[in-house]
Design a protein around this ligand. Structure first.
Ligand code: 5GP
Length: 348
């Protein structure tokens, strides 16, 4: 356990509003004079971070709680800072946060939302503490549930933010409840605009069975995919999808506890990672929503090591692979690889 906690780690799949601790959520809610208090929301906050297993639909309700609280630029800044500090405390040396730009009438525009996150990332040296090190990048998300107009807006905003802050805003993400709508015809093609503007592409893929959509997402050849649960024929996928997946070998962000708690896999032992480990498929161990699923990146490493009897070297290799497939610059990747080498040397 302490090895997993000390190992320098890389988190590539973390949604901002699923990662903030219940404590900060509560503090924020109570202290922000711009937020009108209600008993219903206080009750909802207490249920956040329960860590219980729930359906995928219930998980998506949990995000509404965080969204009810992160409604001003100051709240977004506080949440971003808290999430960065928590990952840094868990020895995450490189973090890609993803978040959906959100406008709140009368309180915040999407541009202000994005700026609040970027400002906080740029202020890291002022709050991180002398003994911690973390590099943070931002991916802006499209929530499929919100439809085409919002998707267009978010992609446009992501391109503008990338032009203004190329070192911070490095990619776009497709997420949101996978049972809402079909992204193949209208939303997915928008990501081409992001790609030609130099943004990297991370797409949620195959969280639930949907052969046509999964095929379109695989064929988009994103830089990385998330989850990939229902691709293999034993997991609600098909032979055709599995063979495309093996052909492209797009790096996959794997979120074990998230999948277990959303009940899209039965157990850690039966997680689809068991199909990927033996073929050395490029995977990245990730938390997804560490608060909603009551986990940490160290805990995810511990679970995968224990469930599949992995060696310390294999865990170090996860960090190495994650560095390689991250959206960091080549100088940053070199620095991160050096940090990993230092750690391995200390371990002997
Ligand atoms: P935010 O984008 O507001 O910072 O983080 C919460 C949002 O992330 C949710 O509303 C949802 O769109 C997305 N999200 C978080 N976890 C998951 C997940 O496991 N699957 C999918 N598809 N989307 C998720």
């Amino acid at each position: 356990e302490s090895f997993c906690s000390h190992l320098p780690k890389v988190e590539l799949h973390a949604h901002l509003n699923g990662s903030l601790s219940q404590k900060v959520l509560y503090e924020l809610y109570m202290s922000d004079p711009n937020i009108t208090k209600s008993d219903d929301i206080i009750k909802l906050i207490s249920s956040f971070h329960s860590g219980e297993e729930r359906t995928l639909e219930d998980c998506f309700k949990a995000f509404d709680i965080a969204h009810a609280v992160t409604v001003t630029p100051n709240a977004v800044k506080k949440v971003t800072k808290d999430v960065i500090c928590e990952f840094a405390a868990d020895n995450v040396m490189y973090l890609e946060i993803r978040t959906t730009p959100r406008a709140v009438p009368g309180a915040m525009t999407k541009t202000q939302y994005i700026q609040a996150v970027i400002d906080t990332i740029q202020e890291i040296p002022t709050f991180i503490g002398p003994d911690k090190f973390i590099v943070v990048k931002l991916l802006l998300s499209v929530n499929r549930r919100e439809g085409l107009t919002e998707a267009e807006e978010n992609i446009k905003a992501a391109i503008a933010a990338h032009v203004a802050y190329p070192e911070v805003v490095v990619g776009v993400d497709l997420s949101g409840n996978p049972s809402c709508g079909n992204v193949t015809d209208e939303i997915l093609p928008l990501f081409t605009n992001a790609r030609v503007s130099g943004l990297k592409i991370a797409l949620h893929c195959a969280e639930i069975p949907n052969e046509d959509e999964v095929e379109a997402i695989l064929k988009f050849k994103a830089d990385r995919l998330g989850h990939g649960t229902c691709i293999h024929p034993n997991y609600g996928g098909t032979d055709k999808l599995w063979s495309l997946f093996l052909q492209y070998r797009t790096p996959l962000e794997v979120c074990l506890t998230s999948n277990l708690k959303c009940q899209t896999v039965e157990s850690y032992e039966k997680h689809h990672i068991q199909k990927l480990l033996p073929i050395q498929y490029p995977i990245v161990i990730s938390t997804d929503d560490k608060a909603v699923f009551s986990t940490t990146l160290s805990e995810e490493f511990r679970v995968v090591a224990e469930t599949f009897s992995l060696s310390k070297m294999e865990l170090c290799n996860f960090t190495q692979k994650a560095i390689e497939v991250s959206f960091a610059s080549s100088d940053e990747k070199k620095l991160l690889l050096d940090k990993l080498s230092d750690f391995k040397r200390q371990q002997g």
